[in-house]
Design a protein around this ligand. Structure first.
Ligand code: NAD
Length: 337
């Protein structure tokens, strides 16, 4: 029986994970803290209110008093930390909120957990001997790859955007609580996720939305950038494996060897839409190449050998099927289904 604090559960991955964990482990108690920024959508998790093992609290992860109170009152022994400012383009416009939420928010969670779980460094309270802090991070902390090679757990931290730099800083703080205080921490660095519940500022929902509304489908540069796509439910099963079998102090890279050039991905989405909701001309005609993002990383790709080998995890859902399911979900959401 775990008492879990999930942060950022009204966002994309957090909402998918909450649904997954609450249904899979009815014996676990889960409290979700989210301050409902523009990136969240409470309607995605409203239905969870029916579960007796679940509670929601609107709060900021940077608030020391509230996090301390939540830890004590709910006897939290597990933190799964998703909350973040997550959009690279926004981080270029306004980096300060990224430092605040991603760095200071993570530090606050670590420190409040330390205060509640420990008597002193490396001396944990008996009640919390199974405690665990899982930090959900991104492969973007490793910077960019050329045409070849993969990120591994040994790759150098070389973040290129204010977003990835703030996530890198948070990863290092998490690491420090393991080495300095003996906290049971694990960091996961995942590749690009897709699936239901994502904000339409992100590539896949934006393309579907704009296509349906007859708007341009903006593609940075020439659409050559490569991302390694993972269905969000596969990410949830990976986090579940880490929660139950992950080794203390370790990092796990999560990905499914599913690299796509942005232009290829957008073409695929257009082709599926052409079948689902045909128009006179293909949605491909709406594609518009726009000036590239500053500091745009060329390629991300993960070697997931460690999590496959040590935790026996691998993605279960084929990309094409998952993309079709995802598109069908957004067709309903955007009222075209
Ligand atoms: P998201 O932007 O969809 O959701 C973030 C959630 O955090 C939102 O509900 C927001 O309201 C909440 N939040 C933001 N600031 C907060 C604060 N100060 N206090 C409380 N809540 C706050 O993000 P996502 O795509 O679901 O990503 C979740 C995590 O996974 C992030 O840490 C991100 O870095 C990481 N990640 C995302 C991807 C991806 O492809 N989306 C890939 C790898 C890792």
């Amino acid at each position: 029986m775990r008492k879990i604090l999930v942060t950022g559960g009204a966002g994309f991955i957090g909402a998918n994970f909450l649904k997954y964990i609450i249904e899979k482990y009815p014996e676990y108690f889960v409290i979700n803290i989210d301050n409902l920024t523009y990136a969240s959508d409470y309607s995605n998790i409203q239905k969870l209110e029916q579960y007796k093992n679940y509670k929601f609290l609107k709060a900021n992860i940077c608030d020391q008093d509230i996090i301390e109170k939540v830890m004590i009152e709910n006897e939290i022994d597990t933190i799964i930390h998703f909350a973040a400012e997550s959009h690279v383009d926004n981080s270029i416009e306004n980096p300060f909120i990224f430092a605040e939420t991603n760095i200071m928010g993570t530090l606050n969670l670590l420190q409040q957990a330390y205060k509640e779980w420990f008597i002193k460094p490396f001396e944990i309270k008996e009640k919390y001997r199974n405690s665990r802090f899982i930090h959900i991070s991104t492969d973007e902390v490793y910077g960019t790859l050329g045409e070849e090679g993969y990120f591994t757990e040994d790759s150098k931290y070389l973040p290129n955007s204010p977003y990835s730099a703030s996530k890198a800083a948070s990863d290092l703080l998490v690491r420090s609580y393991y080495h300095t205080y003996g906290m049971n921490v694990i960091t996961t660095n995942c590749s690009n996720n897709f699936g239901p519940f994502q904000n339409k500022e992100k590539l896949i929902p934006k393309i579907i939305y704009n296509a349906l509304k007859g708007l341009d489908l903006p593609i940075y540069g020439e659409g050559d950038n490569v991302r390694d796509w993972l269905f969000v439910i596969d990410h949830c099963t990976a986090i579940n494996a880490v929660l139950h079998q992950g080794k203390v102090g370790e990092t796990y890279l999560i990905g499914g060897h599913n690299e796509k050039k942005n232009l290829h991905l957008v073409h695929t989405i257009c082709d599926i839409l052409d079948e689902r909701v045909p128009k006179d001309v293909s949605y491909r005609n709406q594609i518009k190449f726009v000036a590239d993002r500053f500091g745009h990383d060329y390629r991300y790709a993960i070697d997931p050998a460690k999590i496959q080998r040590e935790l026996n995890w691998k993605p279960q859902i084929a990309f094409e099927k998952a993309l079709e399911e995802t598109i069908d979900w957004y067709l309903i959401k955007y009222n075209e289904g």
